[in-house]
Design a protein. Structure first.
Length: 277
């Protein structure tokens, strides 16, 4: 894979070649967004032994956060990438998939199929503050925060009625979950100013490892937890989020099939001229 540092991407953008060559942007290994994307769009296959294989094209530019995917695609008219729907902004364009717009309403009515859970992960014997923060996230107050920033609520619990303990906790992991976690932290601190919450951004796999090792109190994952992670951790779904396939705003394509997405990201389709208008 072509590992691109943030600075390199910002100054050069993704490679696109001449004419209408498609420039593929993908997330790094360990990204929950990448894991969900390759599964949902069929980029993941199996080898002769039945092991899962990521068939993302070797020509893809690999970047290490949601924000860099957006910046990269916004800077090159031939780029295509994928991000959390909740992180979508007006610097790029989300494509319709199989004639269906990527939206919260279409996820709720099950016409837009590309969505995944946002999970938090914990070990046993949580601190009082960690448990109270989780109780807030899962309460109707926390779920209202989640919906207000463009995600889909995962629970129907009652209002928050916690004990507002003092202390410090560290939350870390997925760059896709981080924006909504920052909003949840902000809202929680208004009702519990005694708390100190540090949020560390990385990726889902790093978040799970940190929680297992005890450097994080709460891990964030934008995918389902792996069996090996569930041996040590308990997963809790806090929200649902769509995956948006994004292109540059100058790209004339507005709609694409899920099969075309698969073939682009596996390297079978290499030019925008091959995409049906």
């Amino acid at each position: 894979m072509l590992i691109a540092s943030i600075l390199t991407v910002l100054f050069t953008g993704c490679s696109g070649g001449a004419n209408n060559d498609i420039a593929v942007v993908s997330r790094e290994d360990g990204s929950g967004t990448r894991g969900a994307f390759i599964e949902l769009f069929g980029v993941e296959g199996k080898d002769a032994e039945g092991n899962k294989v990521d068939n993302t094209t070797d020509e893809a530019t690999i970047v290490n956060s949601t924000s860099v995917v957006i910046t990269t695609v916004a800077g090159n008219k031939n780029c295509i990438g994928y991000i959390s729907l909740g992180s979508l902004n007006d610097t790029v364009k989300a494509l319709k998939i199989d004639d269906v717009e990527a939206s919260v309403d279409n996820i709720k009515n099950n016409t837009y199929k590309a969505y995944r859970p946002f999970n938090i992960a914990t070990k046993d014997n949580l601190s009082e503050l960690a448990q109270d923060f989780i109780d807030y996230i899962l309460s109707s107050d926390g779920q209202e925060v989640i919906e207000a920033v463009g995600y889909i609520a995962a629970t129907e619990e009652g209002p928050y009625s916690g004990s507002k303990p003092s202390g410090k906790i560290v939350v870390g992991g997925s760059s896709s979950v981080t924006p909504v976690m920052e909003k949840l932290k902000e809202a929680y601190l208004k009702v519990n100013p005694n708390a100190d919450i540090e949020i560390q951004i990385s990726d889902s796999t790093t978040g799970m490892l940190g929680t297992i090792e005890g450097t994080l109190d709460i891990g964030m994952a934008s995918r389902e937890l792996k069996e090996s992670e569930l041996e040590s951790l308990t997963a809790t779904v806090i929200a649902l989020d769509g995956l948006a396939v994004i292109v540059n705003k100058e790209n004339p394509i507005d709609n694409i099939t899920s099969e075309e997405v698969r073939r682009i990201f596996t390297g079978e389709i290499v030019s925008w001229d091959e995409i049906s208008k």
